[in-house]
Design a protein around this ligand. Sequence first.
Ligand code: ATP
Ligand code: MG
Length: 394
Amino acid sequence: MRVPMNDIILLKQGEIVLKGLNRRIFEDKLVANVRRRMAHIGNFRIYAAQSTVYVEPLDDGADMDAAFEAAKQIFGFVAIVRAAACPKDPDAIFETARTYLAEDLAGARSFKVESKRSDKAYPMTSIQVSQYVGGLLAEAFPDVRVDVHDPELTVHVEIRENAAYVHSVPTLGAGGMPVGSCGSAVSMLSGGIDSPVSTWMTAKRGVQIVPVHFFSFPYTSELAKQKVIDLARILAPWCGRMTLQIVPFTHIQEEIRDHCPEEYFTVIMRRFMTRISERIALMNGCGAIVTGESLGQVASQTMQAMAVTQEPVRLPVLRPLVCMDKREIIEIARKIDTFETSILPYEDCCTVFTPRHPRTRPRLEDVLEAEKPLDIDALVEEAVTNIERISISK
Ligand code: ATP
Ligand code: MG
Protein backbone atom coordinates (compact mmCIF):
# COMPACT_ATOMS: atom_id res chain seq x y z
CA MET A 1 0.00 0.00 0.00
CA ARG A 2 1.34 3.37 -0.99
CA VAL A 3 1.39 5.71 1.98
CA PRO A 4 0.82 9.30 0.95
CA MET A 5 3.40 11.58 2.51
CA ASN A 6 1.84 14.85 1.55
CA ASP A 7 -0.73 17.46 2.21
CA ILE A 8 -4.20 15.97 2.07
CA ILE A 9 -7.77 17.20 2.64
CA LEU A 10 -10.12 15.16 4.80
CA LEU A 11 -13.84 15.84 4.45
CA LYS A 12 -15.85 14.45 7.34
CA GLN A 13 -19.31 13.23 6.52
CA GLY A 14 -22.27 14.61 8.39
CA GLU A 15 -25.79 13.30 8.71
CA ILE A 16 -25.43 10.63 6.09
CA VAL A 17 -23.37 8.57 8.49
CA LEU A 18 -26.64 7.90 10.25
CA LYS A 19 -28.61 6.71 7.25
CA GLY A 20 -27.87 2.98 7.36
CA LEU A 21 -29.45 1.58 4.22
CA ASN A 22 -28.99 4.54 1.91
CA ARG A 23 -25.49 5.13 3.08
CA ARG A 24 -23.80 3.60 0.08
CA ILE A 25 -25.79 5.66 -2.42
CA PHE A 26 -25.19 8.80 -0.41
CA GLU A 27 -21.50 8.14 -0.18
CA ASP A 28 -21.22 7.53 -3.93
CA LYS A 29 -23.01 10.84 -4.57
CA LEU A 30 -20.71 12.58 -2.18
CA VAL A 31 -17.57 11.24 -3.84
CA ALA A 32 -18.96 12.07 -7.29
CA ASN A 33 -19.74 15.62 -6.16
CA VAL A 34 -16.25 16.09 -4.74
CA ARG A 35 -14.67 14.71 -7.94
CA ARG A 36 -16.74 17.05 -10.09
CA ARG A 37 -15.81 20.03 -7.95
CA MET A 38 -12.09 19.21 -7.87
CA ALA A 39 -11.78 18.26 -11.54
CA HIS A 40 -10.87 21.74 -12.78
CA ILE A 41 -8.55 22.45 -9.83
CA GLY A 42 -6.03 19.69 -10.33
CA ASN A 43 -5.24 16.04 -10.41
CA PHE A 44 -6.44 14.31 -7.23
CA ARG A 45 -7.12 10.85 -5.94
CA ILE A 46 -10.54 11.03 -4.28
CA TYR A 47 -12.00 8.17 -2.28
CA ALA A 48 -14.19 7.46 0.73
CA ALA A 49 -13.38 5.38 3.78
CA GLN A 50 -14.47 5.45 7.38
CA SER A 51 -17.03 8.27 7.00
CA THR A 52 -14.41 10.50 5.43
CA VAL A 53 -13.73 11.55 1.86
CA TYR A 54 -10.02 11.90 1.11
CA VAL A 55 -8.67 14.38 -1.42
CA GLU A 56 -5.09 13.50 -2.16
CA PRO A 57 -3.02 15.44 -4.73
CA LEU A 58 -1.44 13.26 -7.40
CA ASP A 59 1.15 15.77 -8.52
CA ASP A 60 2.74 19.04 -7.45
CA GLY A 61 0.47 21.06 -9.72
CA ALA A 62 -2.62 20.55 -7.58
CA ASP A 63 -3.66 23.80 -5.90
CA MET A 64 -4.46 22.69 -2.35
CA ASP A 65 -5.63 26.15 -1.25
CA ALA A 66 -8.19 26.26 -4.07
CA ALA A 67 -9.24 22.69 -3.32
CA PHE A 68 -9.77 23.56 0.33
CA GLU A 69 -11.89 26.62 -0.56
CA ALA A 70 -13.96 24.49 -2.96
CA ALA A 71 -14.47 21.85 -0.29
CA LYS A 72 -16.21 24.43 1.92
CA GLN A 73 -19.01 24.63 -0.68
CA ILE A 74 -19.80 20.94 -0.94
CA PHE A 75 -22.90 19.89 0.97
CA GLY A 76 -22.76 16.75 3.08
CA PHE A 77 -19.70 17.45 5.22
CA VAL A 78 -19.68 18.64 8.82
CA ALA A 79 -15.98 19.40 8.96
CA ILE A 80 -13.04 19.74 6.61
CA VAL A 81 -9.40 19.61 7.54
CA ARG A 82 -6.12 20.00 5.83
CA ALA A 83 -3.77 17.40 7.14
CA ALA A 84 -0.39 15.83 6.57
CA ALA A 85 -0.40 12.11 5.93
CA CYS A 86 2.43 9.93 7.22
CA PRO A 87 3.29 6.33 8.12
CA LYS A 88 1.58 5.10 11.26
CA ASP A 89 4.66 4.63 13.40
CA PRO A 90 4.75 7.04 16.38
CA ASP A 91 8.12 8.54 15.52
CA ALA A 92 6.96 9.34 12.00
CA ILE A 93 3.83 10.93 13.48
CA PHE A 94 5.95 13.09 15.77
CA GLU A 95 8.27 14.08 12.95
CA THR A 96 5.31 15.02 10.75
CA ALA A 97 3.68 17.10 13.52
CA ARG A 98 7.02 18.80 14.24
CA THR A 99 7.49 19.95 10.65
CA TYR A 100 3.89 20.31 9.41
CA LEU A 101 2.71 22.29 12.44
CA ALA A 102 6.03 24.00 13.19
CA GLU A 103 4.62 27.51 12.83
CA ASP A 104 1.52 26.82 14.89
CA LEU A 105 3.59 25.20 17.64
CA ALA A 106 6.14 28.00 17.72
CA GLY A 107 3.36 30.61 17.94
CA ALA A 108 1.21 28.98 20.63
CA ARG A 109 1.60 29.37 24.38
CA SER A 110 0.18 25.94 25.18
CA PHE A 111 -0.81 22.77 23.34
CA LYS A 112 -2.01 19.25 23.69
CA VAL A 113 -2.10 16.24 21.40
CA GLU A 114 -5.44 14.56 20.83
CA SER A 115 -5.37 11.18 19.13
CA LYS A 116 -8.06 9.05 17.56
CA ARG A 117 -7.57 5.55 16.38
CA SER A 118 -9.95 3.88 13.98
CA ASP A 119 -7.39 1.14 13.35
CA LYS A 120 -8.22 -0.92 16.41
CA ALA A 121 -5.34 -3.31 15.77
CA TYR A 122 -2.88 -0.50 16.35
CA PRO A 123 -0.43 -1.50 19.11
CA MET A 124 -0.78 1.73 21.16
CA THR A 125 -3.92 3.24 22.70
CA SER A 126 -4.95 6.77 21.72
CA ILE A 127 -3.76 8.05 25.08
CA GLN A 128 -0.38 6.40 24.66
CA VAL A 129 0.01 7.98 21.21
CA SER A 130 -0.92 11.42 22.58
CA GLN A 131 1.51 11.08 25.47
CA TYR A 132 4.34 9.86 23.28
CA VAL A 133 3.95 12.45 20.52
CA GLY A 134 3.13 15.23 23.05
CA GLY A 135 6.24 14.43 25.06
CA LEU A 136 8.53 14.64 22.05
CA LEU A 137 6.86 17.84 20.81
CA ALA A 138 7.27 19.45 24.24
CA GLU A 139 11.01 18.71 24.04
CA ALA A 140 11.23 20.01 20.48
CA PHE A 141 9.36 23.24 21.32
CA PRO A 142 10.49 24.11 24.86
CA ASP A 143 8.66 27.48 24.86
CA VAL A 144 5.24 25.86 24.48
CA ARG A 145 3.74 24.34 27.56
CA VAL A 146 1.52 21.26 27.62
CA ASP A 147 -2.01 22.04 28.80
CA VAL A 148 -4.46 19.19 28.45
CA HIS A 149 -7.45 21.20 29.78
CA ASP A 150 -7.44 24.49 27.90
CA PRO A 151 -4.73 24.47 25.27
CA GLU A 152 -4.31 27.24 22.72
CA LEU A 153 -3.42 24.68 20.07
CA THR A 154 -4.67 21.13 19.69
CA VAL A 155 -2.57 18.82 17.56
CA HIS A 156 -4.90 16.19 16.13
CA VAL A 157 -3.55 12.76 15.29
CA GLU A 158 -5.81 10.31 13.47
CA ILE A 159 -4.64 6.78 12.99
CA ARG A 160 -6.63 5.21 10.21
CA GLU A 161 -6.37 2.11 8.10
CA ASN A 162 -3.76 3.16 5.56
CA ALA A 163 -1.95 6.02 7.21
CA ALA A 164 -1.83 8.45 10.09
CA TYR A 165 -2.93 12.06 9.67
CA VAL A 166 -1.78 15.10 11.58
CA HIS A 167 -3.68 18.39 11.58
CA SER A 168 -4.69 21.38 13.68
CA VAL A 169 -8.19 22.93 13.95
CA PRO A 170 -10.86 21.56 11.61
CA THR A 171 -12.96 24.06 9.63
CA LEU A 172 -16.74 23.89 9.61
CA GLY A 173 -18.10 22.16 6.51
CA ALA A 174 -21.15 23.31 4.53
CA GLY A 175 -23.39 20.80 6.34
CA GLY A 176 -26.52 19.43 4.72
CA MET A 177 -26.73 16.42 2.44
CA PRO A 178 -24.99 15.57 -0.82
CA VAL A 179 -26.72 17.28 -3.76
CA GLY A 180 -28.62 14.67 -5.76
CA SER A 181 -29.25 12.38 -2.79
CA CYS A 182 -32.77 13.72 -2.17
CA GLY A 183 -34.23 14.04 -5.64
CA SER A 184 -34.61 17.17 -7.69
CA ALA A 185 -36.86 20.23 -7.74
CA VAL A 186 -37.69 23.20 -9.89
CA SER A 187 -36.65 26.39 -8.13
CA MET A 188 -38.29 29.64 -9.16
CA LEU A 189 -35.40 32.07 -9.39
CA SER A 190 -36.19 35.77 -9.74
CA GLY A 191 -33.47 38.37 -9.55
CA GLY A 192 -34.40 39.23 -5.96
CA ILE A 193 -32.77 38.58 -2.61
CA ASP A 194 -35.02 35.74 -1.50
CA SER A 195 -35.12 33.11 -4.22
CA PRO A 196 -31.32 32.58 -4.46
CA VAL A 197 -31.45 31.86 -0.71
CA SER A 198 -34.38 29.45 -0.99
CA THR A 199 -32.60 27.73 -3.88
CA TRP A 200 -29.42 27.36 -1.82
CA MET A 201 -31.34 26.05 1.20
CA THR A 202 -33.05 23.41 -0.92
CA ALA A 203 -29.77 22.28 -2.47
CA LYS A 204 -28.37 22.05 1.05
CA ARG A 205 -30.91 19.34 1.80
CA GLY A 206 -29.53 17.24 -1.03
CA VAL A 207 -31.87 18.38 -3.80
CA GLN A 208 -30.66 18.79 -7.38
CA ILE A 209 -31.94 22.13 -8.69
CA VAL A 210 -33.59 23.06 -11.98
CA PRO A 211 -33.75 26.88 -11.84
CA VAL A 212 -36.59 28.58 -13.69
CA HIS A 213 -36.85 32.26 -14.52
CA PHE A 214 -39.85 34.05 -16.00
CA PHE A 215 -38.68 36.74 -18.34
CA SER A 216 -40.80 39.59 -19.69
CA PHE A 217 -38.76 41.13 -22.42
CA PRO A 218 -38.83 44.06 -23.26
CA TYR A 219 -40.61 45.11 -20.03
CA THR A 220 -37.61 43.66 -18.23
CA SER A 221 -34.22 44.11 -19.86
CA GLU A 222 -31.45 41.79 -20.99
CA LEU A 223 -29.61 43.03 -17.91
CA ALA A 224 -32.30 41.51 -15.69
CA LYS A 225 -31.79 38.19 -17.44
CA GLN A 226 -28.02 38.45 -17.13
CA LYS A 227 -28.46 39.10 -13.41
CA VAL A 228 -30.32 35.81 -13.01
CA ILE A 229 -27.63 33.99 -14.99
CA ASP A 230 -25.02 35.55 -12.69
CA LEU A 231 -26.97 34.46 -9.62
CA ALA A 232 -27.21 30.91 -10.96
CA ARG A 233 -23.44 30.95 -11.52
CA ILE A 234 -22.80 32.05 -7.94
CA LEU A 235 -25.02 29.19 -6.77
CA ALA A 236 -23.41 26.57 -9.02
CA PRO A 237 -20.47 25.68 -6.75
CA TRP A 238 -23.03 24.70 -4.11
CA CYS A 239 -25.76 23.29 -6.36
CA GLY A 240 -23.63 21.62 -9.02
CA ARG A 241 -24.27 21.81 -12.73
CA MET A 242 -27.71 23.23 -13.61
CA THR A 243 -29.75 24.06 -16.68
CA LEU A 244 -31.41 27.43 -16.21
CA GLN A 245 -34.80 27.60 -17.91
CA ILE A 246 -35.76 31.05 -19.16
CA VAL A 247 -39.50 31.14 -19.78
CA PRO A 248 -40.85 33.85 -22.08
CA PHE A 249 -43.56 35.50 -19.98
CA THR A 250 -44.42 38.66 -21.91
CA HIS A 251 -47.42 37.38 -23.80
CA ILE A 252 -48.99 35.94 -20.65
CA GLN A 253 -48.57 39.20 -18.78
CA GLU A 254 -50.05 41.22 -21.64
CA GLU A 255 -53.02 38.88 -21.85
CA ILE A 256 -53.61 39.25 -18.11
CA ARG A 257 -53.31 43.03 -18.37
CA ASP A 258 -55.76 43.18 -21.28
CA HIS A 259 -58.39 40.76 -20.02
CA CYS A 260 -58.38 40.51 -16.21
CA PRO A 261 -59.38 42.85 -13.38
CA GLU A 262 -56.39 44.77 -12.11
CA GLU A 263 -56.65 43.71 -8.47
CA TYR A 264 -56.04 40.08 -9.55
CA PHE A 265 -53.07 40.70 -11.87
CA THR A 266 -50.47 39.43 -9.45
CA VAL A 267 -52.22 36.32 -8.22
CA ILE A 268 -53.18 35.26 -11.76
CA MET A 269 -49.63 35.83 -12.95
CA ARG A 270 -48.31 33.76 -10.07
CA ARG A 271 -50.72 30.94 -10.90
CA PHE A 272 -49.23 30.85 -14.38
CA MET A 273 -45.75 30.66 -12.91
CA THR A 274 -46.81 27.71 -10.77
CA ARG A 275 -48.42 25.87 -13.68
CA ILE A 276 -45.41 26.34 -15.94
CA SER A 277 -43.04 25.36 -13.15
CA GLU A 278 -44.97 22.13 -12.70
CA ARG A 279 -44.76 21.40 -16.40
CA ILE A 280 -40.98 21.92 -16.30
CA ALA A 281 -40.76 19.79 -13.16
CA LEU A 282 -42.56 16.91 -14.84
CA MET A 283 -40.39 17.19 -17.97
CA ASN A 284 -37.26 16.99 -15.79
CA GLY A 285 -38.33 14.34 -13.30
CA CYS A 286 -38.54 16.83 -10.42
CA GLY A 287 -40.65 16.16 -7.33
CA ALA A 288 -41.37 19.69 -6.08
CA ILE A 289 -41.49 23.40 -6.83
CA VAL A 290 -39.45 25.77 -4.65
CA THR A 291 -40.18 29.48 -4.14
CA GLY A 292 -38.63 32.26 -2.09
CA GLU A 293 -41.93 33.29 -0.52
CA SER A 294 -41.96 34.42 3.09
CA LEU A 295 -45.18 34.79 5.04
CA GLY A 296 -46.57 38.30 5.04
CA GLN A 297 -43.68 39.86 3.15
CA VAL A 298 -45.86 41.29 0.36
CA ALA A 299 -49.53 41.16 -0.69
CA SER A 300 -49.07 37.95 -2.68
CA GLN A 301 -47.53 36.17 0.29
CA THR A 302 -50.50 35.80 2.62
CA MET A 303 -51.75 32.29 3.36
CA GLN A 304 -54.82 32.89 1.22
CA ALA A 305 -52.73 34.09 -1.72
CA MET A 306 -50.37 31.12 -1.34
CA ALA A 307 -53.35 28.74 -1.36
CA VAL A 308 -54.71 30.27 -4.56
CA THR A 309 -51.24 30.36 -6.15
CA GLN A 310 -50.59 26.66 -5.62
CA GLU A 311 -54.14 25.55 -6.41
CA PRO A 312 -53.52 24.68 -10.09
CA VAL A 313 -50.81 22.12 -9.33
CA ARG A 314 -50.40 18.79 -7.53
CA LEU A 315 -46.68 18.86 -6.78
CA PRO A 316 -45.67 20.11 -3.35
CA VAL A 317 -44.64 23.76 -3.26
CA LEU A 318 -41.65 24.12 -0.91
CA ARG A 319 -41.06 27.50 0.72
CA PRO A 320 -37.85 27.28 2.73
CA LEU A 321 -38.08 30.96 3.77
CA VAL A 322 -41.69 30.91 4.84
CA CYS A 323 -41.06 31.78 8.50
CA MET A 324 -37.82 33.69 8.20
CA ASP A 325 -37.36 37.39 8.78
CA LYS A 326 -35.85 39.51 6.03
CA ARG A 327 -32.83 40.11 8.25
CA GLU A 328 -32.18 36.37 8.54
CA ILE A 329 -32.60 35.91 4.79
CA ILE A 330 -30.14 38.72 4.06
CA GLU A 331 -27.63 37.19 6.43
CA ILE A 332 -27.60 34.00 4.35
CA ALA A 333 -27.59 35.96 1.06
CA ARG A 334 -24.42 37.69 2.23
CA LYS A 335 -22.84 34.47 3.36
CA ILE A 336 -23.42 32.77 0.00
CA ASP A 337 -22.43 35.92 -1.85
CA THR A 338 -25.65 36.50 -3.80
CA PHE A 339 -26.67 39.68 -1.97
CA GLU A 340 -24.64 42.22 -3.93
CA THR A 341 -25.90 40.83 -7.24
CA SER A 342 -29.50 40.60 -6.01
CA ILE A 343 -29.67 44.28 -5.08
CA LEU A 344 -28.67 45.48 -8.57
CA PRO A 345 -31.61 47.64 -9.61
CA TYR A 346 -33.14 45.82 -12.57
CA GLU A 347 -36.87 45.36 -12.93
CA ASP A 348 -38.39 41.95 -12.31
CA CYS A 349 -41.50 40.79 -14.16
CA CYS A 350 -43.40 41.03 -10.85
CA THR A 351 -42.99 44.78 -10.93
CA VAL A 352 -44.45 45.03 -14.44
CA PHE A 353 -48.19 45.87 -14.41
CA THR A 354 -48.34 45.82 -10.63
CA PRO A 355 -51.86 46.51 -9.41
CA ARG A 356 -52.31 49.61 -7.26
CA HIS A 357 -54.57 47.72 -4.86
CA PRO A 358 -53.78 44.00 -5.01
CA ARG A 359 -56.14 41.59 -3.26
CA THR A 360 -54.31 40.34 -0.18
CA ARG A 361 -56.95 37.71 0.57
CA PRO A 362 -58.11 36.52 -2.82
CA ARG A 363 -60.94 33.99 -2.91
CA LEU A 364 -60.43 31.12 -5.31
CA GLU A 365 -63.92 31.48 -6.89
CA ASP A 366 -63.23 35.12 -7.72
CA VAL A 367 -59.82 34.35 -9.18
CA LEU A 368 -61.21 31.52 -11.32
CA GLU A 369 -63.83 33.94 -12.59
CA ALA A 370 -61.22 36.64 -13.23
CA GLU A 371 -58.97 34.37 -15.31
CA LYS A 372 -61.84 32.91 -17.35
CA PRO A 373 -61.26 35.09 -20.43
CA LEU A 374 -57.77 33.61 -20.85
CA ASP A 375 -56.91 30.52 -22.89
CA ILE A 376 -54.77 29.14 -20.10
CA ASP A 377 -53.70 25.87 -21.73
CA ALA A 378 -52.61 27.56 -24.94
CA LEU A 379 -50.66 30.24 -23.08
CA VAL A 380 -48.88 27.66 -20.93
CA GLU A 381 -48.11 25.56 -23.99
CA GLU A 382 -46.72 28.52 -25.88
CA ALA A 383 -44.45 29.50 -22.98
CA VAL A 384 -43.19 25.96 -22.41
CA THR A 385 -42.47 25.47 -26.11
CA ASN A 386 -40.32 28.58 -26.25
CA ILE A 387 -38.16 28.01 -23.18
CA GLU A 388 -34.52 29.01 -23.58
CA ARG A 389 -32.10 26.69 -21.76
CA ILE A 390 -28.78 27.93 -20.46
CA SER A 391 -26.20 25.54 -19.12
CA ILE A 392 -24.68 26.75 -15.85
CA SER A 393 -21.52 25.19 -14.58
CA LYS A 394 -18.85 26.22 -12.17
P1 ATP B 1 -37.43 37.45 -4.48
O1 ATP B 1 -36.56 38.23 -3.54
O2 ATP B 1 -37.02 36.03 -4.61
O3 ATP B 1 -37.62 38.13 -5.79
P2 ATP B 1 -39.84 38.62 -3.53
O4 ATP B 1 -39.78 38.92 -2.07
O5 ATP B 1 -39.55 39.70 -4.49
O6 ATP B 1 -38.87 37.39 -3.80
P3 ATP B 1 -42.18 37.94 -5.07
O7 ATP B 1 -41.77 38.88 -6.11
O8 ATP B 1 -43.58 37.98 -4.57
O9 ATP B 1 -41.27 38.00 -3.76
O10 ATP B 1 -41.90 36.48 -5.57
C1 ATP B 1 -42.09 35.38 -4.73
C2 ATP B 1 -41.34 34.22 -5.31
O11 ATP B 1 -41.84 33.91 -6.62
C3 ATP B 1 -39.88 34.49 -5.54
O12 ATP B 1 -39.12 34.29 -4.37
C4 ATP B 1 -39.53 33.50 -6.61
O13 ATP B 1 -39.37 32.21 -6.08
C5 ATP B 1 -40.79 33.53 -7.46
N1 ATP B 1 -40.65 34.52 -8.55
C6 ATP B 1 -41.06 35.78 -8.59
N2 ATP B 1 -40.74 36.36 -9.77
C7 ATP B 1 -40.11 35.44 -10.49
C8 ATP B 1 -39.51 35.39 -11.80
N3 ATP B 1 -39.51 36.44 -12.61
N4 ATP B 1 -38.94 34.25 -12.21
C9 ATP B 1 -38.91 33.15 -11.40
N5 ATP B 1 -39.45 33.14 -10.18
C10 ATP B 1 -40.04 34.24 -9.72
MG1 MG C 1 -38.92 39.60 -6.47
